[in-house]
Design a protein around this ligand. Structure first.
Ligand SMILES: C[S@@+](CC[C@H](N)C(=O)[O-])C[C@H]1O[C@@H](n2cnc3c(N)ncnc32)[C@H](O)[C@@H]1O
Length: 213
């Protein structure tokens, strides 16, 4: 998946121009700006920084992280305030960060996490968060499959799509569609006030952390 997103970096933002997504996007852009006002925010798998630009409007600081430098170069090419820093870090190695954060965000990331690795990811994330931290995830609803049908499934129940890039190469990309119930169960020991909102093209999952273990 890292190679796929490295190759796709220059044209990644096309997905934010699809007409059917525009209403949801305006709502979510405003939501993330308000959600993180005044906070030090960790952004995981930030990619080209589409969401970073809205979070950074009101956040105190944003550390935008991703596994590959190529996408973070695109992020840095945006006009972003000095409060945004970047760091190449794997989402499964967040323990390597020395800072703790009062906010965390990931857009279109959980859908790429293998089901068998979700608990590991959440555990690493929650380790880096202060008590009461605000956490937000945004991702695609299954409507996205109208553009990219599921072509395969593995023994863990992970589903896959064939993604054709401009270089003519087709990549098999893991893409899951976690349900509200699955998300609630993953954070049930740490989340207070969890809320799941299903829009037409995206879902939004937010909660605050209790005491970090
Ligand atoms: C679907 S893109 C989402 C980008 C951005 N958050 C957005 O919503 O526009 C997924 C991102 O995950 C990154 N990625 C893939 N594997 C990763 C990993 N193990 N750790 C951190 N980032 C990873 C890719 O480089 C890519 O930027």
């Amino acid at each position: 998946m890292k190679t796929y997103y490295q190759e796709r970096a220059p044209v990644y933002d096309r997905v934010y121009h699809y007409p059917e997504r525009q209403n949801d996007l305006r709502f979510l852009e405003d939501f993330v700006a308000r959600q993180f006002a005044g906070l030090n925010v960790l952004e995981i798998a930030a990619g080209t920084g589409y969401w970073t630009q809205f979070i950074a409007r009101k956040a105190h600081t944003v550390l935008a992280t991703d596994a590959t430098r190529e996408v973070l170069n695109q992020l840095e090419a945006r006009e972003l305030p000095a409060s945004v820093a970047t760091e190449v870090i794997d989402a499964f190695a967040l323990n390597n960060l020395s800072q703790t954060f009062a906010g965390a965000f990931a857009g279109l990331w959980l859908s790429h996490v293998p089901k068998q690795s979700l608990r590991q990811f959440f555990s690493g994330l929650h380790n880096r968060l202060l008590p009461g931290a605000r956490v937000t995830f945004i991702d695609n609803t299954a409507v996205q499959c109208q553009r990219l049908p599921i072509t395969d499934e593995d023994k863990f129940g992970n589903t896959y799509q064939d993604r054709l890039l401009d270089n003519g190469i087709t990549y098999k990309v893991l893409k899951n569609f976690p349900t509200r119930e699955e998300l609630l169960e993953l954070v049930d020991t740490i989340a207070i006030e969890p809320q799941h909102t299903e829009l037409d093209n995206f879902w939004l999952f937010t909660y605050r952390t209790t005491i970090v273990k």
